[in-house]
Design a protein around this ligand. Sequence first.
Ligand SMILES: [Zn+2]
Ligand SMILES: [Zn+2]
Ligand SMILES: [Zn+2]
Length: 168
Amino acid sequence: MGLLQYVAAWATVPILSRVTSHARTSDLDEPWRSVPARLRARGLRWTPQRGAVVGALARSDGHVTGAEIVERCREIDPATTPSTVYRTLDALEELGVVRHAHGATGQEEYHVGAASEHGHRYCRACGGQWDIVPGSAAARAIAGAFEADGFDVDLSHVTVVGRCADCD
Ligand SMILES: [Zn+2]
Ligand SMILES: [Zn+2]
Ligand SMILES: [Zn+2]
C-alpha cells in the first residue's frame, strides 16, 4: 500500500467515527433523546463528556462493560476519566435507561435498551455465556431457594460461573 493510500485509509476511519460520535442527542431515538432533559430535571448538568457516554451506549447492543465505554469515550475525547464515565452510568441507571449486572470476574456490565431482567451463566473453560431468563427452571430454583426466608432475589445480579457440558 502506497503512503497516500495508507494515509487515506487511516484518515477515513477516525473521521467517520468522530462524526457519528458527535451525533446530537436530538438525532437519537428514545430513550437517549430525552436524557439531557431528564438529567437536568434531577439537577445534573449536561456536558460533552456525558454526551459521549450516551453516544457510546446508543451505538452498543446487548452487554457492554464499563471499561469498553471508557475506551470508546476516549476515542472521542482522550481526556475522559473513568470516574466521569462511571458517575454518568450511575445517573443513567437511575433514569432506567441502562441496567448493570456483573460478568464472570465481577466487572460491571451494562445492558442497553429494553432488555428484561435476567441472570448470567458463564463457562470458565470456553468463555461461553448464557442468559438465565425469568421463569426458566434455573431462575425458579434460585428464587425458590430463598423463598422461605422471604428474600426476593434480584435475578439481574445472579451470575453463575462454571463449566458447560461441552467442556466437561
Ligand atoms: Zn451490581
Ligand atoms: Zn464451555
Ligand atoms: Zn445480560
